[in-house]
Design a protein around this ligand. Structure first.
Ligand code: ZN
Length: 575
């Protein structure tokens, strides 16, 4: 156990002890380092208490109460922030995002708002003019279903690479789909990756082809691996200093983006241990204010060798925890990669893709149990979810004495039979409210109305059966913004104005809990995070509007005013 961790445990213990012994007698508590007063503080503690004022000492919540009660804890060293009636919530916990990819995405073309394929061609042509000779032009976020018109010519609604190849003949272009489960490439990128007419489809992937069998420049799932290898080849020629500078820049961009959106903790859904050790170095240098909860993505072989030493809990003053493993069992619905029990409505030849060997996944589960690591499996299709639940069920039977808290990431499309299994087994559904409203308009097209209604994003059904749901954005698939996600979660209102099966909305308090208390539980951190209670880490977000009472149409205008981590203001609006 490291020194800081020990100190923080002692401080927590002290605060709890003092609060218990002297409750109601604030003057016997130490003076606060920070006081937030005159707010509407939603504590989300056991009693769901609403308070006016909160005091912080040594990075943790010291006391919660009325302005006059908490004023007793001030002395002339105390920093006091007058909230002017603002709404205060426990800091938001992003429970499924891709931390480095978020940083990377902030360094790339952002294609999310492209209205047509031609928009993308224009953005790439501008980037090609600025690029160094041979430099890769990278982008992400395109989605053919979000375009106003179907590209002409097209294959299954997907564009052909010719226009991209014309505007960027010498610079390879690689553009990831919004789902992260397909890429678009130009001729130069395919040439460098050695892909042509004769390249076969790899296992778990598909090279989309025209009538003549030529690749059109779209690669589903594992078919993109060859392109990324070619990209890595080019990146590996970068100098060590350039690479390090890029890495730190990515991290800082991701951290700042999160802090500006009120995110105080981040569950990183899949990073290799070696990269985590680089985060650890930056945490040692106090460079990462955000708290990270990591799911390791290393191969079974590496896990077998290294899991024994990999575990970290609350390292660096509660900034880094490693006790979890990430796997993916299928792809995404948008790219027809979600693994379904029945064929796709709009592609009857396909039931999606199983992207991992099931025996291999069982071996991961065995390792997770052996080393008492949490397992988090990405499963979107109902078949993918069923398979994951089956594997979890077996693992749970064999490890009855462990507090497992295994998670299914997304749990997006469920068969009716599988919905109650989450609660029965104690498996956490790590879902993304905003995926429902982003993808809702085309979900029925993929799986038909019946399956969409019965099993797509069925938060209410899961909660009513007793399951725990934590919430997130899958950033950079979606903006890392908890507030936009909150609106999606409580309204299920899509961009076109319609609601996606509104019977499944969460209440506002439930949605808030999914981003705080539940997300803390999903990371074994419910004693440190998720509510504004004495002894908890002082991770707090101050908002411009009341998430519990504002009319629906005003919720979208709420802004983050302050983000506070461990009692330090790490973001203030307008600064
Ligand atoms: Zn993800």
């Amino acid at each position: 156990m490291n020194q800081l961790r020990l100190t923080s445990i002692i401080v927590t213990g002290l605060i709890l002890l003092i609060s218990i012994v002297f409750s109601g007698c604030m003057s016997l508590l130490p003076s606060a380092d920070l006081v937030l007063k005159n707010g509407k503080i939603i504590t989300l503690d056991g009693d769901n208490k609403v308070a006016q004022s909160v005091a912080v000492f040594e990075g943790r919540i010291l006391a919660v109460g009325t302005d006059s009660e908490i004023a007793e804890l001030q002395d002339d060293q105390t920093k006091v922030i007058d909230l002017d009636g603002s709404f205060v919530s426990p800091g938001f916990i992003e429970s499924h995002g891709h931390f480095l990819s978020l940083g990377k995405s902030l360094m790339r073309l952002r294609l999310n708002d492209a209205k047509t394929y031609d928009d993308i061609v224009v953005m790439v042509s501008e980037a090609a003019i600025k690029a160094r000779p041979g430099e890769w032009i990278l982008g992400r976020g395109w989605h053919q279903e979000k375009w106003d018109e179907v590209p002409n010519p097209n294959v299954d609604g997907l564009p052909l690479h010719d226009a991209l190849s014309r505007v960027s003949p010498d610079n390879p272009v690689l553009l990831s789909h919004a789902s992260g489960h397909a890429v678009m490439a130009n001729a130069k990128a395919m040439e460098l990756a050695g892909i042509d007419h004769n390249t076969p489809n790899p296992e778990g992937g598909e090279i989309v082809r025209d009538a003549k069998g030529d690749p059109i420049g779209i690669f589903r799932e594992n078919a993109s691996d060859q392109l990324f290898l070619a990209l890595e080849e080019e990146l590996s020629q970068k100098s060590r200093a350039d690479e390090e500078e890029d890495f730190e820049r990515m991290v800082m961009l991701a951290v700042n983006e999160c802090l500006s959106k009120g995110v105080t903790s981040f569950h990183d859904a899949g990073t290799p241990l070696d990269t985590v050790l680089r985060f650890k170095e930056m945490i040692d240098n106090d460079e990462i204010a955000l708290r990270l909860y990591i799911m390791l993505s290393d191969s079974n072989h590496i896990l077998e060798e290294r899991l024994g030493d990999a575990r970290m809990i609350g390292y660096g003053n509660d900034h880094l925890t490693v006790r979890s493993i990430k796997r993916s069992i299928d792809g995404a619905l948008g790219s027809h990669g979600a693994w379904l029990l029945e064929p796709y409505e709009d592609m009857p030849t396909s039931r999606g893709l199983n992207t991992i060997d099931i025996e291999y996944l069982k071996e991961t589960a065995r390792l997770a149990s052996e080393f008492n690591f949490q397992l988090c499996v990405h499963a979107i299709g109902d078949r993918g979810n069923q398979q994951a639940l089956d594997i979890y069920e077996k693992a749970y039977e064999n490890s009855k004495e462990l507090d497992m808290r295994w998670r299914i990431e997304h749990a997006q499309h469920l068969s009716l039979d599988d919905i109650p299994r989450f609660a029965e087994l104690g498996i956490i559904a790590a879902m993304q409210g905003v995926h429902c409203t982003s993808d809702g308009p085309w979900v029925p097209k993929r799986i038909g109305d019946k399956r969409a209604e019965e099993g797509a994003y069925v938060w209410r059904k899961l909660m009513e059966s007793g399951a725990m749901i934590c919430n997130g954005t899958d950033t950079p698939v979606e903006d890392v913004d908890p507030l936009a996600n909150f609106v999606s979660t409580v309204t299920r209102r899509m961009n076109n104005g319609d609601q996606f099966y509104p019977s499944q909305v969460m209440s506002r308090t439930e949605a808030l809990r999914s981003y705080t208390v539940n997300a803390a539980y999903a990371a074994f951190e419910e004693r440190d995070k998720g509510s504004i209670t004495p002894g908890m880490l002082a991770d707090i977000v101050v908002l411009s509007g009341d998430l519990l009472t504002l009319p629906e149409e005003e919720l979208g205008g709420v802004k983050v005013l302050y983000t506070i981590i461990g009692g330090e203001v790490v973001y203030k609006a307008g600064e």
